[in-house]
Design a protein around this ligand. Structure first.
Ligand code: PLP
Length: 233
């Protein structure tokens, strides 16, 4: 392909091309891993990117999106969803208990359930709204003090609380430590999910989603590889 036709087709085709490339990679690794085609859900993480960057991906057929901040999602997504019915929206970032109601109203899945107080707040919000987004329990898989997620040792109690509160627990989620080989952490999350009878594994980002799919990811959360680099936070 030449540069000129790239320029002429503009942002739309390049978003579509990036999406096709990520989807192809996922499909190839599903096959290598002996997993059924389509077993992995691609979550396009659109945080920091405006609606104009998101609509080309919707036009290319992407239906599942992720955001990491409730307020930003509230500003962007109601209009997009109105214009494009059938989208599903996942919260992948930390959630404060006082935003639980807003999160339950807006999101179809919440990947950052990591502490008892948040489970209590979410259960109350779901009851009130009569809406039950799927929940992933986030595990601090590298036991990093600065990171969100519940300690591995606390998982059994947290899961029991979530089940008692009638949260729809879909699985586990992790963000492995930066700058080290992620495979052992993905394998550990997969084992924890299996040990607790949970089907979902939300793991893998732009830099490591192939490895995650190889090791059992059911949901990969991909931003940069689809949207390009984000402005620094
Ligand atoms: C931003 C973010 C992603 C996407 O990261 P990329 O490296 O841009 O693919 C995935 N998961 C979480 C929790 C994030 O905050």
């Amino acid at each position: 392909m030449n540069g000129q036709s790239d320029e002429m087709t503009g942002a739309q085709s390049s978003a579509a091309e990036r999406l096709a490339a990520v989807r192809e990679t996922i499909a190839r690794v599903e096959q290598i891993a002996g997993r059924p085609a389509g077993s992995v859900t691609l979550i396009a993480v659109s945080k920091t990117h405006p609606a104009e960057a998101i609509t080309p991906l919707i036009a290319a057929g992407q239906t599942v999106f992720g955001e990491n901040r409730v307020q930003e999602a509230q500003a962007k997504w109601p209009a997009l969803r109105e214009a494009h019915p059938g989208l599903s929206l996942h919260l992948v970032g930390q959630l404060q208990s006082n935003k639980a109601e807003d999160a339950v109203a807006l999101f179809d899945a919440i990947h950052s359930v990591d502490r008892p107080s948040l489970i209590t707040a979410l259960a109350k919000a779901m009851e009130k709204a009569d809406r039950r987004p799927e929940c992933f329990l986030q595990i601090n898989i590298g036991e990093e003090p600065q990171k969100g997620g519940c300690a591995i040792a606390d998982l059994p109690a947290l899961l029991e609380q979530a089940r008692e509160a009638d949260l729809p627990v879909a699985g586990l989620m992790c963000v492995p430590p930066a700058d080290v080989e992620p495979a052992p952490y993905f394998a550990l999350l997969d084992k924890l999910a299996r040990d607790h009878g949970l089907p979902g594994r939300s793991m893998g980002m732009s830099g490591d989603f192939e490895t995650a799919v190889m090791l059992g990811a059911t949901h990969v959360r991909v931003g940069t590889a689809l949207f390009g680099t984000r402005p620094p936070a």
